[in-house]
Design a protein around this ligand. Structure first.
Ligand code: SF4
Length: 296
């Protein structure tokens, strides 16, 4: 069969389900290639995967296309034999790290988040080795709350003994670190690929973020490179969190709120604020009050 894969989001970040579909179809001796609208008549099957609801739909997908992913808003788990296959990394040759989930789900139920509804309670998903490529020690873990499950914690322990470099790109739950000094000690020993990413989506999380950062620094006896996601629903509230992170020497990354499932851009004042935070040359030199006037 001739299989075509369509990455609806077209970001630079790899689409993991498509990498798994590619790997599985290759084991079936199928031909796998990227979807090209002009070649529509030649395909036996087309898969389209979409992570984000706001990316534009491809109008030329054929009738019968198999759609999956949160962006299409449908329940579309892969069968186990595909879900647990080594991804086909050749689909994204510019991406050099390993990529996967060791846990799925979350222990929390933040009202703005799709994870609890889509993935349910946290549970073990895969061993690191399931998706470790042999040619690189860098690993991007997309677990939503890796520290909330013993299995995820074990994978981080194993990454240390295997001398892997880890990026938990969805952020770590500071409340769990603040409550368990053994976790802070573990995180101080992990080899981090980029920064240690936390999240501070609400003012109530500020004490936990401060305690987590200080505990990890104390255990490792060094500053580390910390970053922190900041959800922006109310600018004054987010400003307080951002300035607090600045005093902690933690790099904030602002994420303007978008209604779940919405195709509309976030409100302009939220986008302006996020641009001020995320454009580091501006953030370090121009106060928000001044930037806000010039953006109005
Ligand atoms: S902690 Fe993170 S993954 Fe879990 S529900 Fe909240 S936002 Fe979603």
């Amino acid at each position: 069969m001739k299989i075509a894969l369509h990455d609806s989001d077209r970001t630079r970040f790899p689409n993991l389900p498509l990498m798994k579909l590619s790997a599985w179809h290759r084991t079936q001796k199928d031909t796998v290639e990227r979807f090209i609208p002009l070649m529509n008549d030649s395909y036996d099957r087309v898969y389209s995967s979409k992570v984000f609801s706001f990316t534009a739909e491809e109008p030329n997908l054929p009738r019968g296309v198999i759609r999956g992913g949160t962006g299409y808003g449908i329940d579309s788990d892969l069968p186990d034999e595909i879900e647990h296959i080594m991804p086909d990394y050749s689909l994204y040759p510019g991406f050099k790290a390993s990529l996967g989930f060791t846990t799925r789900g979350c222990i929390r139920s933040c009202p703005w988040c799709v994870v609890p509804g889509k993935e349910g309670k946290i549970h073990a998903h895969a061993e690191l080795e399931e998706f470790l490529r042999p040619d690189c020690r860098d690993v991007v873990l997309m677990d939503n709350n890796i520290l909330a499950h013993e299995h995820g914690i074990m994978q981080l322990e194993r990454s240390i003994t295997r001398n892997l470099r880890i990026d938990c790109n969805q952020g770590l739950d500071a409340r769990l670190i603040a409550a368990d000094d053994a976790l802070a000690h573990l995180l101080s020993r992990v080899h981090w690929l980029k920064s240690i990413r936390l999240a501070c989506d609400h003012k109530s999380q500020m004490p936990a973020v401060e305690a987590a950062v200080k505990a990890i620094r104390r255990h490792g006896n060094k500053q580390y490179n910390f970053s922190c996601y900041v959800l922006v629903q109310d600018v004054d509230d987010a400003l307080e969190r951002v300035e607090f992170l600045r005093t902690l020497k933690v790099d904030p990354f602002a994420q303007p709120y978008r209604e779940p499932g919405s195709k509309a851009l976030p409100a302009k004042h939220l986008r302006d604020f996020a641009r001020w935070v995320n454009h580091k040359a501006i953030f370090k030199t121009v106060p928000w009050t001044e930037y806000r006037r010039s953006a109005a």
